[in-house]
Design a protein around this ligand. Sequence first.
Ligand code: URA
Length: 434
Amino acid sequence: MRAVDIIVKKRDGGELTTAEIDTLIEGYTHNRVSEEQMAAWAMAVLLRGMNERETADLTLAMARSGAQLDLHDVAPVTVDKHSTGGIGDKTSLLLAPIVAAVGLPVAKMSGRALGFSGGTIDKLESIAGFQAEMSSADFRSAVRDIGLVIAAQSIDLAPADKRLYALRDLTGTVESIPLIAASVMSKKLAAGADCIVLDVKCGRGAFMQTLDEARLLAQTMVSIGHHAGRRVSAVISTMEQPLGRAVGNALEVREAIEALHGHGPADLVDLCLTLGAELTVLSGKVAERTQGRDLLYETLDSGLAWNLFCRFITNQGGDQRMLDDASALPCAPVVLPVPAPHAGVVIAIDGMVLGRTVNALGGGRLHKGDAIDPAVGLTVETKIGDYVESGKPLVFIHAASVQDAEREKVAIQSAFTIGDQAVVPSPLVHEIIA
Ligand code: URA
């Protein structure tokens, strides 16, 4: 079977067989299919689409292209969560210890930030000493002994996806729902969790900007999970404004620590309970979502989730003193308010602009391997529906210098639309696809 025939078949709108998809991905992994051929094929998929079965076959073929973790020798059931990425999204920092503290081991491989949205590993690395790079033996021991591990994706999971994703980035073929779904799910399946909850963000600060797109992506990923014999559910949550108030690595860790002490922003806590409740049902821990929510809330309220977070951080080398005294976390030397240009109600917030601002302050990276400043970021003082007086702060900029902060002020003001009618923010959760 020649790669060119598979490309032509998809180009002409044909349905690829399992064997054709396996041949292509296997050939690409072993350099028998060239980058040019894969680029042409990705464009054909973008234009012609793939059905559910083809998408599931692609996912499984990419998951098989590298290591596949099996954690059943250290925990009978493990759970994982994936977010499609958003501004101020620190849900993993809060969700993982709450879920682990109810007895569901969390085994999570996470990425570093690239582009406008942050990465969990960068956030955790703002805690001095935290080690995200770990061997597969240490990863397993942490699942067994602590019940919670979050590691950088150092093990070679789904290498075919890694190459294909980089190629799609260069060839205008990222925006294909089957390709995105297969890319995300191949890594999740290879990481070995039995139950997976997907947080599909929808809105201005997200990859999927409309509910229709988010729904299609969510349905596609849930269906892939079922084809692969995993228990998967997707929550479509709003990203019309930042989640919580903090955007930026150490600022987000501080907000998660506050939440673990019972003082978190309502939207962040609510979303974590919703996502966590899915995992309690998927794993069979409880029969109903409401029971799962209550159980998770009690675990948060009792301090058990906080204790587990401390054990997880110190097990991975993190400095307990930064947990006991969050003011010891990296702090930016300059904190500057961005005033509202006039009085009114906040009607819209462009999260993408805020995300880019954090990058420009040094809190994100444009290229793989760039260094980041964990201290910089934003704290959002006004959210959609709030009334703000002229001159009162919309946001505080946390920057390395006054010049850096001054440079971003205008962009931040432009991210806020202030009007004179009352607005009701979208619901935090649009839909759950189980
Ligand atoms: N994230 C991924 O991992 N893959 C995609 O294709 C898009 C977002």
